[in-house]
Every structure is written in C-alpha cells, then in structure tokens.
Ligand binder design. Sequence first.
Ligand SMILES: CC(C)(COP(=O)(O)OP(=O)(O)OC[C@H]1O[C@@H](n2cnc3c(N)ncnc32)[C@H](O)[C@@H]1OP(=O)(O)O)[C@@H](O)C(=O)NCCC(=O)NCCS
Length: 156
Amino acid sequence: MSFVTRLLARAEPIFSEARERDAVAIAAVHAASFQRGWGEDEFQRLLLDRAVVAHRATVGRTLIGFILSRAAADEAEILSTAIAPAWRGRGLARPLLDLNLRRLAGHGVRAVFLEVDGANAPACRLYRGAGFLEVGRRQGYYDSGATALVLRRDFG
Ligand SMILES: CC(C)(COP(=O)(O)OP(=O)(O)OC[C@H]1O[C@@H](n2cnc3c(N)ncnc32)[C@H](O)[C@@H]1OP(=O)(O)O)[C@@H](O)C(=O)NCCC(=O)NCCS
C-alpha cells in the first residue's frame, strides 16, 4: 500500500453538496459501480437541473461516493447512488443517503421513491435500514432478468 493510499484510508470522509464540476468524478464512480455507466454529459445535465439534489462523499480531493435524487412537487425519486468499490462496506452510503433525504424533506418533499434490483443485497439493506418499504415489484425489469423492487419512504 502506498503512502498516499494509507493516508487516504485513515482520512475521514466528508459529506457535502455535489456541484457541476463533480460530473467527471461522479461518472467515474458510477461506471465502476454499474454495468451501464452514464456519461459525464448526463451527470453534468443532472447537476445543473434545479430539481436535482446531489451530494458527494470525499476524502481529501477524491470523490468516493455520490447520491442524486430529483424532486417534483412533494415527491422525489432517488436517481442513483454509489460508493467507490474500495470504500464499500464501511457504512458510508447511509450518511450520504440521510443527508440527501434531509435536504429533500427541507424542500417540502413528503415521499421518496426508488427502484432497486431485488438481488442487490447491500443496496436493499441500506434502503430498508433507512426506513424504505416495498410498494411494488417489476418482474424482469433489468437486462439480467432480475426483479426491480419499488421502495418508498414517507416523511413524518
Ligand atoms: C449499495 C452501496 C451504495 C452501499 O454502500 P456501502 O457504503 O458499501 O454500504 P454499507 O457499508 O452501509 O452497507 C450497506 C448494508 O449492506 C450490508 N452489506 C454490505 N455488503 C454486503 C454483501 N455483500 N451482502 C449482503 N449485505 C451486505 C451491510 O452490512 C449494510 O447493512 P447493515 O447496515 O444492515 O449492516 C454500494 O454497495 C454500491 O455502491 N454498490 C454499487 C452501486 C449500487 O448498487 N447502488 C445502489 C443502486 S439502487
């Protein structure tokens, strides 16, 4: 392990709002996390969208995770979230999710929806732990044939 890697491994991640300039780093974490990556242009467009609420986790100047949601009136949808592979399994996704949910609630959102692959155990545990409940299923939704679970969390 290099000196820099050891230093980064000890550093505390910081959770903050993501900006347009984070598009390239977010696209890289997304590409490392999903079979079909979204392009930098797509993230740039989303980060400029006033309805999109975006947060990031950083260690030093390195972006190691993100979450994007989009609000419409009093409902919102989690569009995507991921933690860079080397940083998974340390409980970082939950504070990022909680920050995003708090911001949505602050915007007047009352219900948040998302779709998750039912076979994605870490993601399902993350969302259920954060109070999301299953409200629907889409059989064969993914290219793999896996079922998508539709989850919902209500505020207050
Ligand atoms: C889903 C993801 C964001 C979770 O990030 P993370 O920071 O590693 O999450 P955590 O360390 O808090 O783990 C989340 C939960 O999954 C559990 N978990 C971790 N790895 C697991 C595994 N291989 N199998 C089953 N459960 C696992 C953890 O114990 C935790 O559950 P708990 O809170 O009940 O203990 C991350 O795995 C990721 O980026 N995956 C690829 C992208 C993705 O699937 N995004 C979600 C799409 S909807």
